[in-house]
Design a protein around this ligand. Sequence first.
Ligand code: AQP
Length: 356
Amino acid sequence: MPDVTAGAAAPTPHIAPYEARGLKGRILSGVQPTGNLHLGNYLGAIRNFARLQNDFECLYCVVDQHAITQPQDPKLLASQTREIAAAFLAAGIDARKQIIFNQSMVPEHSQLAWVFNCVARVGWMNRMTQFKEKAGKDREAASLGLYAYPALMAADILIYKATHVPVGEDQKQHLELTRDIAQKFNNDFEAPDFFPLTEPLIFGAATRVMSLRDGTKKMSKSDPSDFSRINLTDDADAIAQKIRRAKTDPHPMPDTAADAEKRPDADNLLGIYAALADQEKDAAIAEFAGRQFSEFKAALTELAVAKLGPVGAEMQRLMKDPGHVDSVLRDGAARARALAAPILAETYKIVGFLKP
Ligand code: AQP
């Protein structure tokens, strides 16, 4: 048997497999280092990453290879990669117990992705709404990488045989495709149950945070208006200004869930409030029913500053120590490779590739 981990640093010995540690499963999730990390990424994903770490073995990945599916400034990509790692740490993920790393340091992701490019069908890719949204009207000019993105995402997950993936609601379709790829691989190669059918973990009161300027549009890193989102590194003044300018309607605050649903801007702000306060949206609706938006916005500002301020401050502190962040990523990548390499070797054997 060849040493499939050759080239990877030795794994850190204190990490035993999740089964041996009585955990519920193995988690993989990722965030792209594309700048402007925002409240949606935090509430929909990163905060949940930290909350799951007592029950699952977790691998959290800065997906730099996904980032380059659209043009990135190479001078910024490294610092943006560190920024996401800093956000993971600032959100409370323990890098000694869990694995924080960046995708390009673990080549097994792209090696498995090629196999999955040959399993996934063009028809499946054509249905992906994120490709349609990101490619826009000029699809012919989109990169091949953007089109194949979901196959790489499936590889990110299945190279660890991850059982669960915490994500925001926008990633649900890609998770379904991951399951389709796993199932087709297992069937085509007569390898029953080789890859698991990974479950999404979508929870909290804000699984889809919308733009502060338009409650029908997802809050997004690439929105040209900085007033559309609260960035994790915004200071108290910026947070206050953005909430003050957030779009509302001329009526008092909704007094029922049905009323809120018809008013997307109000509904979005209430969802953000509930998520930050760790309560159900219905509780937030009851608390502010019939009151003026100005009162609600003052309460939301106070809460957002209290909850996000410490995260932003810790991110800023970590960003001043890139050497430390790099060492966390390198150590995480070595431990990730130790898990990924045997699974890739088994996959190659199933496919029929000769051993090196
Ligand atoms: N608005 C959102 N509400 C809830 N969750 C969200 N996520 C993203 N936007 C929201 C979740 O954050 C995680 C990381 O996302 P990503 O950076 O890998 O990819 P993305 O979905 O493409 O992020 P953006 O901010 O929307 O970037 P652009 O502008 O490039 O499209 C994922 O779990 C995602 O669900």
